[in-house]
Design a protein around this ligand. Sequence first.
Ligand SMILES: [Zn+2]
Length: 340
Amino acid sequence: MSLLVSAFAVAFSLLAAITPAINLPGGDSRPEPQYPAPPGYLLPWAGGDIHAVTQGEDTSFTHNGLAAYAFDFDLNYETVVAARDGKVVMAREDSNAGGCSAFFAGSANYVVIDHGDGMASLYLHLAQNSVEVEVGQMVSAGEPIGISGETGVTCSDVDGGPGPHLHFQVQPYVEGKYFTQSQPVAFDDISDNDGVPGYGVSYVSANFGPGKPQKIKLTPHRVSREFNPQAVPLVRGLEQADPDAVPPPPPAPEATATETPPPPPLAEWFITPETETPEPTPTETPLPEPTATDVPSPTPIPPLPTATHTALPPTPPPPPTDTPEPAATETPTAEPSPEP
Ligand SMILES: [Zn+2]
């Protein structure tokens, strides 16, 4: 009899070994997260869903300095998942403060996952009380870790007000630091452009999670890119500011040279709300620099349901010969923040 039981046990073990894991309701058949994690990052939202890049890497807006290789994705209070297996080493969810101002630099909720190879991933601006993981917990790629939100320095690309999104970056793991120098990253579920997300492009995530069938072909990107950030921040003094600290008040407005090259589209809608306006033009919205009179924000990003990625129509650059408005010389300088 015991022989029969043993035979059954062996047969069951063999069957289990050759059968793909199935995520049964109430069951716990998911594979254990690996640590150190196997190489490769996947987009940090649910497999099959589509999201767009609202700020790419190496910008003069907020993705410079520590955040030079960060990406913002248009997750509007939506589930954020781990991009790679690892261990949760830092998490915060108590903040309910955020807005388009450096004042909120120390107010972001976040999760940091250590991948065990010296690198960690940072998920920033999470909604209050939305974090679903605890420090010390092992997580697999694709596991929900929280809900995106607008805590910390978050700016909408529509009106310069608060704007919920996910800020994601890969950075060296430094104990006790949630925000360190971001590093170039590529995603295995982006087949083109060496796996690097492009500004304004929508992508379908293949991050289906443990135990789920993989429905999208992955393209491993294992050639690391050179660390060579180029962007020049609008205000150099904030370039390496500690995101934990509230930065000093903005510098006094200075004259803007007429030959200053136009800022990238994202910079046009970054407006510091509390800056005093010394000029007499009451109806003018202060802009960082003389710009064309077109609408300051790019058109909303329309995700396509079927394509793997879709390029947005490029934002037309401001006409180079534009004459600055008379008030331009007294326009307050826009103040980028260390956020992201
Ligand atoms: Zn960001």
